[in-house]
Design a protein around this ligand. Structure first.
Ligand code: MN3
Length: 200
């Protein structure tokens, strides 16, 4: 298949003051576009990955240590969801039902928040912090560069991009403040619930 850059599901200025239009313009139009362009080169139409789902491509590329595909298709998958993992007036503490039960089982939303932010802080250099479903339970994970939980045997339901390009314009080097703002004010818990429904 030929991969395409999806449109943002909101206006560039919709996520202010937590994520600026300038950040979204660079991050979506330049960075994500570059992963799509490179992804098509290495895993698009006419390659051995043609016809496979993006989830399967992530898993197969990781198993085969196919770095250009891990990086570019991994990042395409991660960013496709990242835009939908955020919304205007997101965050908050009211979770949809299935997710609420899973979070309670983990130890509550405050514990999830603490561990998710710690995962994002603990990821040295570029990467992602995740909530994933692993063996039917909620797990907090982190991965380097373009990797994601699919490549490590679990199913992502929420991810936060901790590459500097995602926060440097708005937060400079203050990654913790960005992670807190993401969790408290941006997360689209309805999209997390949709992925959870599909995962279990
Ligand atoms: Mn990014």
């Amino acid at each position: 298949m030929t991969f395409k850059l999806p449109e943002l599901p909101y206006a560039y200025d919709a996520l202010g003051p937590y994520m600026s239009a300038e950040t979204l313009e660079f991050h979506h139009d330049k960075h994500h576009q570059a992963y799509v362009t490179k992804g098509n080169e290495f895993a698009g139409a006419g390659t051995k990955y043609d016809g496979k789902s993006i989830e399967d491509i992530c898993k197969e590329a990781f198993a085969a240590k196919d770095a250009p595909v891990i990086n570019n298709i991994g990042q395409h998958y991660n960013h496709m969801h990242f835009w939908n993992w955020m919304k205007k007036d997101g965050g908050g503490t009211k979770l949809p039902g299935k997710l609420d039960a899973l979070v309670a089982n983990y130890g509550g939303l405050a514990k999830v928040r603490e561990d998710f932010i710690a995962a994002g802080m603990g990821q040295f250099g570029s990467g992602w912090a995740w909530l994933a479903i692993d063996g039917g339970k909620l797990a907090v994970q982190k991965t380097p560069n373009g990797e994601n939980p699919l490549m490590h045997g679990s199913t992502p339901i929420l991810g936060c991009d901790v590459w500097e390009h995602s926060y440097y314009i708005d937060y400079r080097n203050a990654r913790p403040k960005y992670l807190e703002a993401f969790f408290d004010n941006l997360v689209n818990w309805e999209h997390v619930e949709e992925l959870l429904e599909a995962a279990v």
